[in-house]
Write a new protein. Structure first.
Length: 148
């Protein structure tokens, strides 16, 4: 029986695509419509309530349009490094809010960017791969771990 291959401590790179979520866009539409209903249900005079309703719904639909036009992004996590659309990222952190994964990325110029993967944009196997790759970015304690 041939000897088994030794396990590698280096992890392979993880390539995850981000794209706008249909679920998020649907939620934004519902929020815009609920905002319009909320304005109409106040005690404002109808002459003021209807134009304000139009403004609220139009602003909400503008958010949906802006979200729809966001380009797809490519995040690559390798052992100790991260790249977003081919550009190096100075710092990367990953948080989970239930089924939603949120990556916080700090670029070299100090700008902070966040990408959120909703369940409709991240398959189960990709979610597991992202969890495993993000463990390489777990923050090590800074300074000594014992009292002086």
């Amino acid at each position: 029986m041939p000897p088994s291959m030794p396990l590698s401590s280096a992890s392979a790179s993880c390539r995850i695509e981000w794209r706008p979520s249909r679920w998020l866009k649907a939620a934004l539409v519902l929020i815009a419509l609920a905002g319009g209903v909320a304005v109409l249900s106040t005690d404002l005079p109808r002459i003021a309530a209807w134009p304000l309703t139009v403004v609220v719904v139009a602003a909400g639909l503008g958010n949906v349009r802006r979200e729809s036009r966001r380009p797809a992004r490519q995040l690559v996590l390798a052992a100790g490094s991260a790249r977003l659309d081919g550009t190096d990222v100075a710092w990367c952190g990953l948080q989970w809010r239930g089924p939603i994964a949120i990556a916080s990325l700090r670029h070299g110029d100090g700008c902070l960017e966040r990408l959120a993967w909703w369940p409709d944009t991240l398959r189960v196997d990709q979610r597991r791969e992202l969890r495993l790759a993000a463990s390489a970015f777990a923050a090590a304690p800074v300074g000594s771990s014992v009292a002086p």
